[in-house]
Design a protein around this ligand. Sequence first.
Ligand code: ADP
Ligand code: ZN
Ligand code: ZN
Length: 732
Amino acid sequence: MTDVKKYLLVAIPVPIREAFIYLPKHSLLDCTIGSRVSVPFGNRELTGVVIGHTEENSIDSSKLRAIHQVLDNQALLSADLLSLCRWTSDYYCHPIGEVIFSTLPPLLRTNTALPAERTWLLTTEGKGLPSSALARSPKQQEIVNYLLENAALDDETVTASTFSKSALQTLKEKGLIYRAEKKAVASKAVNQLLNETPLHLTGEQHAAIEKVRHHEFGTYLLHGITGSGKTEIYLQLVARALQSGCQALVLIPEIGLSPQTVTRFRKRFAVTIVEMHSEVSAAQRAKNWLAAKHGHAQIVIGTRLSIFSDLHKPGIIIVDEEHDSSYKQQDGFRYSARDCAIYRARQHNIPVILGSATPSFESLNNAATGRYHHLILKRRAGTTPPAEIEMVDLRGQALTSGLSEQSLSAIKAVTEKGGQALVFLNRKGFASSQMCHSCGWVSTCSHCSASMTVHSRPKRLHCHQCDRRQTLPTLCPNCGSNDIDVHGVGTEQLEDSLVNALPGVPVVRIDRDSTRNKSTLKSKLAMVETGESCVLIGTQMLAKGHHFPKLNLVVIVDADQGFLNPDFRALEKIGQLLIQVAGRAGREGAVGKVLVQSHRPDHPMLELLVRKGYFALAKALMQQRHNSALPPYWHCVLIRAESKRRENAEDLLKLFAHCYREHFAYSAETQLVGPLPSPMEKINDRFRFQLMIKSSERKQLKYVLEKLISAADQNSLSKRVRWSIDIDPAET
Ligand code: ADP
Ligand code: ZN
Ligand code: ZN
């Protein structure tokens, strides 16, 4: 008999906040929670995920439709993963269907059947085979020997090895081996886990590791200067988790320049490590995801999206460079992988390690209030002393493509001695704009409120906001004068200048333009790693995690970039960036020097950073945040709206502001800022506005949002304007 009293809650990838109610095809029992189903939706057929069974139904039963088909016999998403999705959907105010479907590997979002993971095992007879039994069939003997040592032989190993397929078949026919579903990997002895001997820990490293309690929830802020050996701590903590049969999840900010982290894990561990990031092919990503889910992989390393990996038995989560803003997704489902990591660790009752030389203020505050354990490493693990930082006052100086005489001669001196120098400039292209000296014309994009960047290879103007390109004018388009010039040095100009100034020295430019081709990036990095004398020119891309063993000098061309940024996090980010870039110098024995060029060398915050370090800067800036009721002390949400019609975007936010005032005007716990034009007011002909709501109480903020969302639901403007809610925004 069919059970019609109960309903299915199905999450579907559409921008509607609630899950949908469907009838089961036969019985509710066939529709396991967490499995995929195909459902009729309007006149389409969509794939959804069953997220619950329910008795309640507010919809007219005659309008309910039944699902078409159950796609998985067993849950694809575990109860834990579903609860993570539900929590993030609620916390970030994002529709549950979009949460689930944007975090699943693309192949698993469709109705394709899951590949069965099968493996070869020895039968009892095979296990008891006398050692000489197969002497005349060496190919069969080879396979049996492998299985005696490794217990299971995966199809992947067969493909990657010289094992004979026909020998496998013969052994099967003889009843010596059989096929079976792959099982989760069991715990291993420590000597089977490692490929290499771990380093002998320094006192600080040892003390930090001792504080981390396994099989118990705890958030640990591992706050250690660059080179203090945080990676070694990760490796040893992961080893401890693996020993007890658990898996480890390691998050890294960006894959492009972090292959070194993956390499170090692969070098250390003789276990299955899978990667999870956008550069992994779709087929492989689905495979890796399932390998993590079924426990076939012991270590998962990936970028922010890997926080949504289903794990068979997690034992530890590591978030490297926890301050990095790439952990926050900036569009669509705007989640913070770091914050989700803490939720997951609590869910599984395991430790989570947040590592950084320059922790976010949120984490520092949590450590200060005792919510996180603060593990501090003050000394470098190797013998290399930390790099020395020196300010270079640019005022009144003649500059060569943005470089002072002092910086240029320091670069020359280093390369003459066969060393390497990194020149850091966070501005790609040749120059930030073109300008007319006669009439003041500036190369601005006619579709954005941004200037068009001058590029020299190929020669053109390029808007980095909307991607429009234009030919580079030789005469002023406004007054016809030929007195036009460029303004604001970019990496291409710096490259030209350094090639001229340093004949014979290789100049390697690494920015998004020069490394669109992945193999170009790899070969450039490989060249730098050989230690050959050269000058590297790098943007933000290079500030992250990458180690250049032979780097003796770092020049930061423009430390003032960003002082004018209205974002309340601007100074925090400058501080992190300078320290991270400086951390690239002086590894492996070479004494490093960092030259910080600035027109405001006496800026109190810059001075504090250079003289006293990041922690001192953080403390001072955090005091300011406290006084201005900003994060990490107050919580904040940003509502953004954009529209081709300027007044539509602004009016929707005015509606929100009005609704806010109606309910919360006299609340001392909340504040409203805006609506204001966004820092980049127009992009691609769309006008952008934003409204910030702050509160000392998270609950209160949630309450405000509920009111605003229901106001939006009742106003048709909200359907005509693109708008979004950003909880804990990384950029404001
Ligand atoms: P971090 O991640 O904190 O910047 P790393 O883990 O990369 O630092 O370590 C910096 C250098 O110190 C590496 O070359 C590493 O091999 C070395 N190192 C780390 N721990 C030790 C140790 N206990 N003994 C000797 N060298 C170490
Ligand atoms: Zn002009
Ligand atoms: Zn543009």
